[in-house]
Design a protein around this ligand. Structure first.
Ligand code: FAD
Length: 354
């Protein structure tokens, strides 16, 4: 594997677009990144200013990026990873155009649209700071690069909540995992615990039911869609503890061994043997970047108008990070398209003012 020197994306050297420059071989994710590399070397000047910057590589950010490119807006996407939460979904049955598709397959299609069908300037990087400037916004990444933009779409989605119980930090990646993971071989033939009562927890239980010896499902309340629970083999097979919570995790140097649980509002406890604990207890919005710039609601979501604009001119938000109803791929994608359309109108109005 190589890294594209422009966008920082991992690329396979057998399929990458390559160029020899100054006696050295460079590998790119796309012809677009190769052309940007050659232009920046010719002009000796990296690009740092755009009409629109989009932050986020999930369905909202990627759709906003492709829409903006189609609308001929000068756009740059900063993304910590490609796919966001969508890549963790093993079974997507509610995205139009597909009866069934896995998260990684859908994200692969999104990626192709971003870098091949419509090249959008992009970089894998974590945004650490957003500042308001007289002309728009300054966006700074963790590698201390700084970019200026007239308009900004924040599509930073959500991150999984932690349990905050003793042992959680100690056994991270030594048995403790957040959400779904691809390689379940470490729990083959062993007992596991899943905590959470929503659709994500049921999906995890389903994946585990053919791998683990026994699955315990612990939740305050089982509140997944009734159809999801009814059709789930894992849910039927799991030993269920509804109304229970996790108190403590125990193990040794080789990893997690036991999970202590307690029935809510009682002193009744139980110890479940577990080589793996999968935590799926919800998510919180990644809105800290704009918390001092714009209004958040009591859940920490960015408050948006019907066109994805916020109370700050030029600042738009889309997808799970917002207070829009429904946390789904199709909704986040729709919001991303709406934000791109509204940002284009905002940029056109600025152009007319000049
Ligand atoms: C296990 C699981 C299964 C799911 N299954 C389904 C399903 O079957 N169907 C369905 O419709 N929905 C499903 N969902 C929900 C769906 O995935 C989300 O609603 C959707 O991904 C939200 O898209 P988003 O773009 O708003 O945010 P996200 O997908 O959360 O993407 C946010 C992006 O922003 C990036 N980011 C965050 N902070 C920064 C920063 N500071 N700098 C740069 N980048 C940053 C992240 O790295 C990520 O790329 C599932 C979710 C999970 C967790």
């Amino acid at each position: 594997m190589r890294r594209d020197p422009v966008c920082n994306m991992e690329v396979d050297e057998t399929t990458a677009v390559t160029v020899e420059h100054g006696g050295e071989a460079f590998y790119f994710c796309s012809e677009g990144c190769r052309d940007k590399f050659l232009a920046e070397h010719r002009d000796r000047k990296p690009r740092t200013s755009y009409e629109l910057i989009i932050i986020g590589g999930g369905p909202a950010g990627l759709t906003a990026a492709v829409y903006a490119a189609k609308l001929r807006v000068d756009t740059f996407v900063l993304l910590q990873d490609l796919g966001g939460q969508a890549i963790d979904s093993t079974k997507i049955e509610n995205y139009m155009g597909f009866d069934f598709i896995t998260g990684p397959e859908l994200v692969h299609k999104f990626k192709n649209q971003l870098i091949h069908s419509n090249y959008v300037d992009h970089k894998i990087a974590e945004v650490e700071k957003i500042e308001k400037t007289p002309e728009g916004f300054r966006v700074t990444t963790s590698d201390l690069a700084s970019y200026l933009t007239k308009a900004l779409v924040v599509a930073t989605g959500m991150t999984r909540r932690k349990l905050r119980v003793p042992g959680e930090e100690e056994f991270q990646r030594q048995g403790v995992f957040y959400g779904n993971i691809q390689d379940l071989s470490f729990v083959q033939g062993k007992d596991v615990v899943v905590i959470g009562g929503g659709n994500s927890a049921i999906q995890i239980v389903d994946n585990l039911c053919t791998v683990a010896a026994k699955t315990y499902l612990v939740a305050r309340k089982f509140e997944a869609d009734p159809a999801v629970m009814k059709n789930s083999d894992g849910f039927a097979a799991a030993e269920k503890f509804e109304g229970w919570k996790i108190e403590r995790l125990d193990g040794d140097r080789s990893g997690l061994r036991e999970v202590q649980i307690r029935k809510a509002a009682t002193s009744e406890t139980a110890t479940l043997p577990a080589a793996g604990l999968f935590i799926a207890i919800g998510l919180h919005p990644n809105s800290a970047l704009v918390s001092t710039l714009t209004q958040l609601n009591e859940r920490g979501e960015v408050i948006i108008n019907p066109d994805c604009s916020t109370d700050i001119p030029g600042l738009f938000a889309a997808g799970d990070v917002t207070n829009a109803y429904g946390k789904r791929i199709v909704i986040a994608s729709g919001d991303g398209a709406r934000a791109a359309l509204a940002a284009k109108q905002y940029i056109l109005a600025l152009r007319r003012e000049k």
